[in-house]
Design a protein around this ligand. Structure first.
Ligand SMILES: Cc1cc2nc3c(=O)[nH]c(=O)nc-3n(C[C@H](O)[C@H](O)[C@H](O)COP(=O)(O)OP(=O)(O)OC[C@H]3O[C@@H](n4cnc5c(N)ncnc54)[C@H](O)[C@@H]3O)c2cc1C
Length: 378
C-alpha cells in the first residue's frame, strides 16, 4: 500500500457532469477546491465521457443535454449551442470554461487505480501523466466515474466465432468506415437508432435488432412521463437492493424526433427481434422469430449498442458489492461504507440526474464531514 503523498478531506473521482456538479456545490457550501476537496479525472481533457463520443453525434441529435449548475454565469448554455456542432466539442469546451471559471482545479490525467481502507481514512491511488502512482488520503470519497469505461456486450452463442468486425458504441468512430458493408446494429436505445440513420448512406445493408419492440415516445409531450418515472424508480430500487442495474431505455423509450419519424417513414428504422445465434459469417434467427420468415443475414460487422455498466473496478478493494452483483446505494452513499458517496449512479445517469445528485451529495458530504470531525474531537 502506498503511503499518502497528500491529504484532502474529500476526493471526487471523475469530472463529468456528476463530478463537476458535486464540485460546484461543495464550493458553494464553503469548501476550497484543491485543498478541502480534489477532483481526479482520467480524461486527457475536460468533457467527461462526452469527449470520447463520435463526431457525428451532434448537439441536435443527442438527447437534451442539461446545463451544469451555475453555467449561466459563464454565459453559455447547451440550449442555445449550435445544434449542428459535434456534442463532444461543445461539451468539452463548456466544461473546460466551467472548471476554469469556478476554479475547480481538476487533476488530470489522473486515473484512479484503487481506493483502499486505511483506518479512519480512505486512500485513493491514481496514476499521473508520467505513469507515477500517487496516493491521496481522505475522510470521504465521492465516486462519479460514470459508465463509459465499462461497455456491456451480452453473450450470444457463437459470439467469439464471428469473422467480421464487432464493436461497441464506445468504439464507434464514423459511419464511413462501414462503406459498402452489411451491418447488424444491436440495441433498443437512442444510440442504436442513431447508428442506423448514420450508416444509411454508407452501408450496403443494415439490419437493426432489439430485444424488445421499440417504444417510440412523443418528443414534445411528457406522454411517457409515467414510463420514465417507472424506469427511474426501478433503477433506484435496484441500487437500494444492491442488484445489477436494469436498462433505463426499457422504460424511457426513444423520442420520436423529426429525424426519427423521417427514418420510420423511409422504412429504415425497422427493428427486428434479436437473433438467436452468431455464426462465423453472420447471424441466425430462431424459426418464426421474424415475421418475414428470414432466418439468416450475412454480415461484415456487428455494432453492439447495448449499453454500459457503472465503472467501479477501482472500488473493488472496499468490497462494496453485494452477492446480487450491485452496490447498495441509498441516499447517495454506500450502505456498506457511508464514507463512499455515489453521484451519477443508477437513476442519476443522465445530465439532469447528475446535476441533482451534485447538490444532494455535496450537502450530505458536508454533513458527514462535520459528524466525522465532531466524533474525532469528542
Ligand atoms: C452515447 C451516449 C449518449 C448520451 N446522451 C445523453 C444525452 O443526450 N443527454 C443526457 O442527459 N445524457 C446522455 N447520456 C448519459 C450520459 O452518460 C450522462 O448524461 C452524463 O454524461 C453522465 O455524466 P457522468 O458525470 O456520470 O459520467 P461521465 O461523463 O462518464 O464522467 C465520468 C468521468 O469519470 C472519469 N473516470 C472514470 N473512471 C475513472 C477512474 N478510475 N479514475 C479517474 N477518473 C475516472 C471519466 O474519465 C469521466 O471523465 C448519454 C450516454 C451515452 C453512452
Amino acid at each position: 500500500m502506498h503511503e499518502p503523498t497528500a491529504h484532502a478531506p474529500v476526493v471526487v473521482i471523475g469530472a463529468g457532469q456528476a463530478g463537476l456538479s458535486v464540485a460546484y456545490f461543495l464550493r458553494r457550501l464553503g469548501l476550497d477546491a484543491g485543498n478541502d476537496f480534489v477532483v481526479l479525472d482520467r480524461g486527457p481533457g475536460p468533457g467527461g465521457a462526452w469527449q470520447h463520443r463520435w463526431a457525428a453525434l451532434k448537439i441536435g441529435t443527442a438527447h437534451r443535454i442539461a446545463d451544469l449548475p451555475g453555467m449561466e454565469e459563464i454565459g453559455v448554455s447547451f440550449e442555445t449551442a449550435d445544434r449542428s456542432a459535434p456534442a463532444r466539442d461543445v461539451v468539452a469546451d463548456y466544461y473546460g470554461r466551467y472548471e476554469e471559471h469556478y476554479g475547480l482545479q481538476v487533476v488530470r490525467p489522473a486515473e484512479v487505480l484503487r481506493v483502499v481502507n486505511h483506518g479512519t481514512d480512505l486512500l485513493t491511488t491514481f496514476r499521473d501523466d508520467d505513469g507515477e502512482e500517487l496516493t491521496v488520503g481522505s475522510e470521504i470519497v465521492v465516486n462519479a466515474s460514470g459508465t463509459w469505461g465499462a461497455p456491456f456486450i451480452p453473450w450470444y452463442p457463437g459470439r467469439d466465432d464471428f469473422l467480421g468486425r464487432q464493436l461497441h458504441t464506445a468504439d464507434f468512430v464514423a459511419a464511413e468506415e462501414f462503406a459498402g458493408q452489411r451491418v447488424v446494429v444491436v440495441g433498443g436505445g437512442t444510440s442504436a437508432m442513431g447508428f442506423v440513420l448514420e450508416l444509411e448512406p454508407f452501408a450496403a445493408e443494415i439490419v437493426w435488432v432489439s430485444r424488445r419492440p421499440i417504444d417510440w415516445v412523443d418528443e414534445t409531450a411528457d406522454a411517457n412521463l409515467e414510463g420514465r418515472l417507472d424506469a427511474v424508480a426501478r433503477q433506484d430500487e435496484a441500487a437500494r437492493a444492491g442488484r445489477a442495474l436494469p436498462s433505463i431505455v426499457s422504460g424511457t423509450g426513444i423520442p420520436r424526433s423529426r429525424r426519427a419519424q423521417q427514418g420510420i417513414d423511409r422504412g429504415v428504422l425497422v427493428a427486428h427481434p434479436m437473433f438467436a445465434s452468431i455464426e462465423p459469417e453472420g447471424v441466425r434467427w430462431a424459426p418464426g422469430a421474424r415475421e418475414d420468415g428470414i432466418r439468416r443475414f450475412d454480415a461484415d460487422a456487428i455494432i453492439w449498442a447495448t449499453g454500459f455498466r457503472p465503472e467501479l473496478r477501482h472500488l473493488a478493494p472496499l468490497r462494496l458489492r453485494e452477492q446480487a452483483g450491485g452496490v447498495v446505494v441509498a441516499q447517495g452513499t454506500s450502505w456498506r461504507d457511508p464514507r463512499v458517496f455515489f453521484a451519477g449512479y443508477g437513476p442519476q445517469a443522465s445530465t439532469i440526474g447528475a446535476n441533482r445528485a451534485g447538490r444532494f451529495v455535496a450537502r450530505q458530504v458536508v454533513a458527514s464531514l462535520s459528524r466525522i470531525r465532531a466524533a474525532r474531537k469528542g
